[in-house]
Design a protein around this ligand. Structure first.
Ligand code: IPD
Length: 291
């Protein structure tokens, strides 16, 4: 029989807590062991151990579903339309290695490439975000998102917005130039042709950035270069909380799960100001992101 979405949600929550225990008890080292492509792109034994635990458990319980995970990704087997678990065992590995408390396990489930179930757990703060498509998003399984204390008023422009952007791990080439020139334009005063965003954060976890946009503590998040496993779970949480996901590239309202370029905007009454904020942001993007 076909497993129900609540069954999948609850199983992912239990895996997130198990993963959280491994992450909380870990003693990572910052010395540069486990570099992937450079000193900003890390993998630890814990990323591999957590992914192995999660994929083994998922294959046992849901043998018919595909698995797409960061540490076992094979470019020869891209994401398909089949029901697929899309998993990042530790999103924010640099933070994890430095014990900066902004890392999480990100467990998504996509059907027809549509993010359908999302569970994101930060063990440092014991914060669980989760959502099922069409059934709302919640903090710690009880409190509906966006949070009442978060910003739920209409969006009125980048000059009133707290936004997240990320450096990513590519530190040269055209994409890097595009990001840095965009960051400069976003921050600069309006008299000098900038957007004068209220402020920008680079906290180092795509999944937690999406959850912060979902709960209303951030207004917007833009990134190029991250992967489906970084965003699948957070995407469901975001949209179930009333937020919208556009493409990081100007003009693209229909982002792809594996498109590697994303622009998330928080919920607002009747979506008030959401599309305008996306368009305002796009007008400041300084070039093409080529992923
Ligand atoms: C990274 C984080 C980071 C983002 C990178 C991702 P990882 O994921 O989400 O915020 O800027 O693009 O790769 O490598 O820590 O799982």
């Amino acid at each position: 029989h076909t497993p129900s979405l609540p069954d999948i949600h609850d199983f992912l929550v239990s895996l997130a807590f198990q993963a959280g225990d491994i992450i909380s008890n870990a003693l990572p080292d910052t010395s540069g062991t486990g570099l992937k492509k450079n000193s900003a792109d890390l993998v630890t034994e814990y990323d591999r151990a957590v992914e192995n635990m999660i994929s083994t458990s998922l294959k046992e319980r849901y043998p018919d579903y595909e698995f797409h995970g960061e540490e076992t990704y094979d470019p020869a087997r891209p994401l398909t339309d089949a029901p697929t678990f899309v998993v990042d065992p530790i999103d924010g590995t640099v933070n994890f290695v430095h014990s900066f408390p902004y890392a999480c396990v990100s467990l998504g489930f996509a059907v027809g490439r549509i993010p359908t179930v999302g569970v994101v757990y930060n063990p440092s703060t014991q914060t669980l975000y989760s959502a099922i498509r069409g059934q709302g998003a919640f903090l710690n399984r009880k409190t509906p998102l966006p949070l009442k204390g978060g910003n739920t008023e209409p969006l009125t422009g980048l000059d009133n917005a707290l936004i997240a952007v990320e450096w990513g791990s590519d530190r040269s080439g055209k994409n890097w130039d595009t990001k840095i020139r965009t960051f400069e334009k976003l921050g600069k005063s309006k008299e000098n042709g900038g957007a004068m965003v209220r402020s920008m954060r680079s906290m180092g976890s795509a999944a937690l950035n999406l959850c912060a946009v979902a709960d209303g503590t951030l207004d917007l998040y833009w990134e190029g270069g991250c992967w489906a496993w970084d965003v699948c779970a957070g995407w469901v949480i975001l949209t179930e909380a009333g937020g919208i996901m556009a493409d990081g590239t100007p003009g693209e309202w229909e982002p792809r799960l594996d498109g590697r370029k994303y622009l998330a905007v928080r919920g607002a009454p009747n979506g008030s100001g959401q599309r305008e904020l996306v368009e305002e942001f796009w007008s400041h993007v300084q070039g093409e992101l080529e992923y």
